[in-house]
Design a protein around this ligand. Structure first.
Ligand code: HDE
Length: 747
């Protein structure tokens, strides 16, 4: 047995390193570190079988002769291959693509008047959490930037057991009753005959279903809005959707809606950008989350609650139990109660992100359900799906799902059982086991369901109070800014433009959109060749809920973790680059230098002769490795030779055009402005070299000549500061939708 490698008595350094890297995401630099890692883990540094037998050779199977057939007795080969053959588990039927992180939650003040939940009492206590963000429709390997709802699920490992808040980044849902969920999912998933399209709602079966389902009107407005295109998982809101209950120590219950508010603000992207990103970097959102945590920019979300007293249950013009409705924040303000900080990436995607099992039915004492029929449906579905997805009833024993609180019950055995239960008794009541485990009285944390009187006929019927499907859809439309409405119309034209059945398009426009807003219906109709409706078929409503607009939730004062591209070529003015780069980094942004090739870019003095900075600057990306869609803003520094070279570079020109079209902030100084002149920026005013002007800011395009025509400006330092201030402000504003001529730009 064994030939080439069999004489090795010690593992080779490179092999140890490879194995160590696999076992741990950290970069393991040398053998000593690798060995230390294994020793810490208490594992053997040598390769072993699953039975712990050390393996001597793993590159060739055991054969009868060097050119002969493989032998059955090669237990190492058979075990390795069999395990590999069984590596995959079924992906989640929805929310298959996800990214997750560890962190903690801390309440701001004791909430004993509202709830007895232990983790909401002590501001000094950190409750560990694991948060998983996901798309809904696509398969595990699909792109991040598709138009879709995002899952926002948080597992709280409280001292009193697990609480899962399994929400979305939109506060309402498509359907009012759980029994319709399989229909919804069948309609939106790729069509069954050809398995197309992947991760997209833009096809006949989905819009066929929606056009026949008026209760989805409010939700589809959210899905067609920029909420479905989050700039970052760190920059989206989360919502528990359903009305839940808080119950305090005295047994008093109140209705509660849960909200997550990202500390960085809420931002979206444009659809063209998302589609391109899906090709350029399908892991866009996943990488953004991962990198932010690696760099110490820990994502933070504040938890908020809307509280409704039980006696006010019927004081709204919608039913609190209806998951297609929000409680407008001017009717019930959101009270911020604490904060979640995500500060650690998972060690292993499969063991944690894939195997985590959320369930809206995982609640702790102090949190309870309502009769929302969608929530009630979910209470069945999640455990049921985990049983098949995670292979049996013991998935709660997987490390990521294990509660911190001790588990003690009479459930036994089953596939994959880890616990070795001791003793003879696994039944209640018993005397042989001393009566253990005993049920816990309420004052010892025993979960007691909130007592609610339920009285009614057994009936398959929807309550009349659930039947207004359009008022809040109209309110949503009314509350958007002009740019947001324009995007929504474009989204409608895109989605319905992909539908091939004219009757479905017709029905969507006339039966659904025209009951929400007439202009919306007319504008979408025009884009998809449907005869526009003559008059509005809905109820005139001018109510607004300002908070549904993403503009309401921006943080213009911060550019933290924004990505800025600095375009450079040899002869670039390194002084300008370094000043802007340092200025942006000082405010928490990331500024990459992009050039033809990686490494040093030689500097020039702005007049194209000689070096103003002998070190030059370092390019860390190239026009091949990145694209404008991967940046929030672009900066073009001065340097005659650099600007001239970039003007001959189609990729650089496209960079500018595309960023302009996507309404991103663009800054340029000195000769860098010539690149903007050569690009396509219709209607934009740029700084003029001769005029010795202040910084010129026009629709998010910020330009400034650092030097006068003679090459040296007396107020250069102040000018640089002024430019940086204006550029930072433009980045803080995120997108500059007022660029009316953007449609003319070829990008
Ligand atoms: Fe889910 N949902 N859902 N859902 N859902 C699942 O559970 C289901 C609904 C949500 O990161 C599944 O473990 C039904 C609303 C998230 O692992 C499944 C109904 C909301 C996640 C399931 C709904 C959600 C899921 C698929 C209607 C927002 C991902 C795999 C009655 C409040 C959690 C799994 C994660 C996952 C069923 C409606 C959010 C099949 C039947 C409303 C964030 O059990």
């Amino acid at each position: 047995m064994g030939n080439k490698g069999s004489a090795q008595s010690k593992p080779r350094k490179d092999k140890v390193n490879a194995a160590a890297k696999q076992a741990n995401n950290q970069q393991v630099e040398d053998k000593d570190q690798a060995l230390a890692h294994y020793r810490e883990e208490g594992t053997d540094e040598y390769l072993t079988t699953n039975q712990g037998v050390r393996v001597n050779h793993t590159d060739d199977s055991l054969k009868a002769g060097a050119r002969g057939p493989t032998l059955m007795e090669d237990f190492h080969f058979r075990e390795k291959m069999t395990h590999f053959d069984h590596e995959r588990i079924p992906e989640r039927v929805v929310h298959a693509r996800g990214s997750a992180a560890h962190g903690y939650f801390q309440v701001y003040e004791p909430l004993s008047e509202l709830t007895k939940a232990g983790f909401l009492q002590d501001p000094s206590k950190q409750t560990p959490v694991f948060a998983r963000f996901s798309t809904v429709v696509g398969s595990r390997g699909s792109a991040d930037t598709v138009r879709d709802v995002r899952g926002f699920a948080v597992k709280f490992y409280t001292e009193e057991g697990i609480f899962d808040l399994v929400g979305n980044n939109m506060p309402v849902f498509f359907i009012q009753d759980g029994i319709k969920f399989p229909d919804l999912v069948h309609a939106i998933k790729p069509e069954p005959h050809n398995e197309m399209p992947q991760a997209s709602a833009a096809h006949d079966t989905f819009w066929d279903f929606i056009s026949l389902l008026p209760e989805s009107a409010h939700m589809i407005m959210w899905v067609l809005s920029d909420r479905a295109l989050p700039r970052s998982l760190r920059m989206m809101e989360g919502f528990g959707v359903h009305t839940f209950r808080f119950v305090n120590d005295a047994g008093k219950a109140r209705f509660v809606k849960f909200h997550w508010k990202p500390v960085l603000g809420t931002y979206g992207m444009v659809w063209d950008e998302c589609q391109k990103l899906a090709g350029k970097n399908p892991d866009w959102l996943r990488r953004d989350l991962w990198d932010a945590i690696e760099m110490g920019n820990y994502p933070e979300f504040e938890l908020g609650v809307q509280i409704v007293e039980e006696e006010n249950e019927h004081s709204f013009d919608f039913d609190l139990l209806d998951p297609t409705k929000i409680i407008p924040e001017d009717e019930v303000p959101v009270r911020i109660i604490g904060k979640m900080t995500l500060n650690r990436n998972p060690d292993n995607f499969f063991a944690e992100t894939e195997q985590v099992a959320f369930h809206p039915g995982h609640v702790v004492a102090g949190i309870d359900f309502t009769n929302d029929p969608l929530l009630q449906g979910r209470l069945f579905s999640y455990l049921d799906t985990q049983l098949i997805r995670l292979g049996g009833p013991n998935f709660h024993e997987l490390p990521i799902n294990r509660p911190l609180a001790p588990v003690h019950n009479n459930q036994r055995d089953g596939y994959g059982r880890q616990t070795i239960n001791k003793g003879r008794t696994s039944y209640t009541p018993n005397s042989l086991g001393g009566g253990c485990p005993m049920t816990a009285p309420e004052n010892m944390g025993g979960y007691v369901h909130h007592m609610e009187r339920v009285d009614g006929h057994k009936i398959r019927e929807r309550s009349d109070s659930f039947k207004d499907h359009f008022s809040q859809a109209t309110m949503f439309w009314n509350s958007l800014t002009q740019a947001e409405q324009d995007h929504l119309v474009d989204a409608g034209r895109f989605e319905l433009g992909k539908v091939t059945t004219p009757e479905v398009q017709q029905r969507m426009v006339h039966e659904i959109l025209n009951r929400i807003d007439h202009q919306l219906a007319v504008r979408v109709a025009k884009g998809i060749g449907v005869e526009p409706p003559a008059e509005f078929a809905g109820k005139a409503i001018d109510k607004k809920a300002p908070e549904v607009s993403m503009e309401f939730r921006t943080r213009p004062d911060s550019i933290e973790s924004r990505r800025v591209a600095i375009l450079a070529a040899d002869g670039v003015n390194a002084v300008e680059v370094k000043a802007v780069q340092a200025g942006l980094q000082a405010q928490g942004a990331q500024a990459d230098v992009i050039a033809e090739s990686l490494g040093r870019v030689a500097s020039g003095d702005g007049n194209g002769n000689g070096n103003s900075d002998g070190d030059g600057v370092k390019a860390n990306e190239t026009f091949l490795t990145v694209a404008s869609v991967m940046y929030d803003a672009i900066y073009v520094p001065g340097g005659q030779q650099s600007a001239a070279a970039l003007q001959q570079n189609g990729d650089a020109l496209f960079f500018i055009n595309e960023a302009f079209k996507h309404c991103k902030p663009i800054g340029a100084t000195s000769e860098g402005i010539e690149l903007l002149q050569a690009a396509s920026m219709p209607g934009i005013q740029l700084a003029d070299q001769k005029a010795d002007q202040q910084t010129v800011v026009d629709k998010g395009v910020v330009t400034q000549w650092m030097t006068t025509g003679t090459g040296k400006g007396s107020q250069k330092g102040t000018k640089a500061d002024a430019f940086l201030n204006d550029f930072v402000q433009a980045i803080g504003e995120h997108r500059h939708w007022e660029r009316a001529e953007k449609g003319q730009v070829p990008a």
